[in-house]
Write a protein of this length. Structure first.
Length: 417
């Protein structure tokens, strides 16, 4: 089967890597892809948000299946236009994509469904926010940009001046949501849905903070572990009962066709699981740790979901642990230099996989970075310690100026007793 993957990140590289191993792969195309996807298939020039360019690419390549990796093309309605053209598409339409594109929309839906989540208040004017804030000193609050923010639209602080500075910037163009700060640990739960039925994949744990011990600024994700030891069957059944099932029931009641993967960001608190957010696509960096554990054929998975036959899925997973470590550019998640020459890059192996994020090669063939998060080093092992050791060894072998990464991904979940 000929397939077109939209996007250029490490998530899309991981999807392309999984597809390249499929017995039914007869042509793999990425728009725009990166330096590593070019070695697995054919990269195409173009903007994934440009509907005309994407439709032209499917005609040029003869692709029958389109995987929409990032959220922005989904919010732009790319999936709707592709389906109208008769193509199988992995990703929801524009209206359903508002679950991520508008946190205000998502919060209203979850309130109607009675889904447990953080107490929330919304503001559209800075003066109203500033008038509400006094008296909240000493209490950590979570501020969120309602619209898309590439994983960096969340700010936590107990400092009124910091909170006002963030809110003022967001409110220049968007709504800001103020949420209570929840204590606990986070899980990323992915549900494959065809519009009528869904099936859950193993839970992952993303690490959003920039610093060791989950300190520092929020990022798009500094690594992930899969599976998560504490996501036992009892916990997953409870999450499904009070969060996942009510969400899909509300989507179906309101006529929102959802075909693709729906990400549930869950905070497991002392009083039970609570919903943090939705994403309408696979997470990054979670995908890089999840897909290497998939024993089933990847193209079968994506095709079956995209053509409305989730009930037929019988997914199998390798009995391993995966630990992924994100390698970032100096300055990230703040300002960072682009196109840094990569001086050393280890080869992937069966148990140590290196996924590229927006890398490119210049006219002389020099590999260069292309964003703030540059690579994902993923180790596979019989347990956390073996997987983490392999991921760390792989990460340490990557060299470019200013490269940095967290050394403790997954450690809080897998302390040696």
């Amino acid at each position: 089967m000929k397939t077109l993957i939209l996007g250029s990140g490490a998530r899309e590289h991981a999807i392309a890597w999984a597809f390249a191993q499929s017995r039914t792969n007869s042509g793999l195309f990425c728009l725009p892809g990166n330096a590593a996807t070019a070695e697995l298939g054919t990269n195409l020039h173009g903007d994934p948000e440009n509907i005309a360019a994407v439709l032209k690419a499917t005609q040029y390549t003869g692709s029958k299946l389109v995987i929409v990796g990032p959220e922005a093309p989904l919010a732009a309605g790319v999936a709707d236009s592709l389906r109208e053209a008769g193509l199988a598409v992995f990703g929801p339409g524009k209206e359903a994509a508002k679950l991520e594109a508008s946190k205000s929309f998502a919060r209203a839906l979850t309130d109607r469904a009675g889904i447990p989540s953080a107490a929330t208040k919304q503001f559209i004017a800075f003066n109203d926010f500033a008038a509400w804030l006094p008296g909240k000193e000493g209490n950590k609050l979570v501020l969120k940009k309602s619209g898309l923010a590439a994983g960096k639209g969340v700010f936590e602080s107990a400092d009124p001046n910091e909170l006002k500075a963030f809110a003022k910037k967001v409110l220049q163009s968007d709504t800001v949501l103020v949420e209570e700060f929840l204590e606990g640990y986070e899980l990323s739960v992915f549900a494959l849905c065809d519009g009528e039925d869904y099936i859950l994949m193993p839970a992952c744990a993303d690490h959003k903070k920039s610093g060791e011990g989950n300190q520092g600024q929020n990022t798009g994700g500094m690594g992930a572990i899969c599976p998560v030891p504490c996501s036992d069957p009892d916990l997953m059944r409870r999450i499904e009962s009070i969060i996942i099932e009510p969400t899909f029931r509300m989507l179906w009641q309101e006529g929102l066709l959802y075909r693709g993967v729906l990400f549930f960001g869950i905070m497991v608190t002392a009083s039970g699981p609570k919903l943090l957010e939705f994403n309408v696509r696979f997470g990054d960096p979670e995908t890089q740790s999840l897909l290497p554990l998939l024993a089933s054929d990847a193209i079968d998975l994506f095709w079956t979901v995209s053509t409305g036959r989730v009930r037929e899925l019988q997914l199998e997973y390798r009995p391993l642990t995966a630990v992924g470590i994100t390698l970032a550019a100096p300055g990230y998640p703040g300002a960072y230099p682009a196109h840094i020459p990569v001086q050393a890059l280890p080869a992937s192996s069966a148990n140590a996989l290196l996924f590229h994020a927006s890398t490119l090669r210049d006219a002389e063939g020099q590999l260069r970075t292309g964003g703030g998060r540059c690579f994902s080093a993923v180790g596979l092992g019989q347990d956390y310690f073996q997987a983490h050791s392999r991921a760390l060894k792989l990460a340490e072998a990557v060299h470019f100026e200013g490269v940095w990464f967290r050394h403790d991904i997954g450690r809080a979940f897998c302390k040696d007793s």
